[in-house]
Design a protein around this ligand. Sequence first.
Ligand code: SF4
Ligand code: SF4
Length: 135
Amino acid sequence: MSAPVEPAAVEPAAGTGPHGSIQLIESACTSCMICARECPSWCITIDSHTEPIADLPAGTRERTQNVLDHFAIDWSLCMYCGICVDECPFDALEWVSEHTVAAASLVDLTHGRAELAPRSGSGPAPRPGLDAGRA
Ligand code: SF4
Ligand code: SF4
């Protein structure tokens, strides 16, 4: 009698795995505010300012670009619906498998740019107020 065959593990494609939490790719974010406007829970807050674009070709009229100052998700309000990820026109928001972990207070469930930044290692996001010093 032959041994049972184990099904091969299938790695999900990037962005299609478990919806644990969301990370922000700042280099792709244009501060367009679409995610904040489309979020049904109003749990995304964004602040930005404009700066002139440097090093434009001679003779080009002055142009400005948005510079991100603040980006945060309040996980105590988030429904994990994924609308922000789907609506971002620049793929600056991505699902990651790591879940947002418990925090000591509701305030600590609002994660800013540091907590939303892509992490190279696995594991949960650092907990503000609880994991001081974690990258
Ligand atoms: S997953 Fe849904 S509720 Fe959560 S931040 Fe995105 S749009 Fe808002
Ligand atoms: S929709 Fe995307 S590019 Fe626009 S502010 Fe949100 S994360 Fe940034």
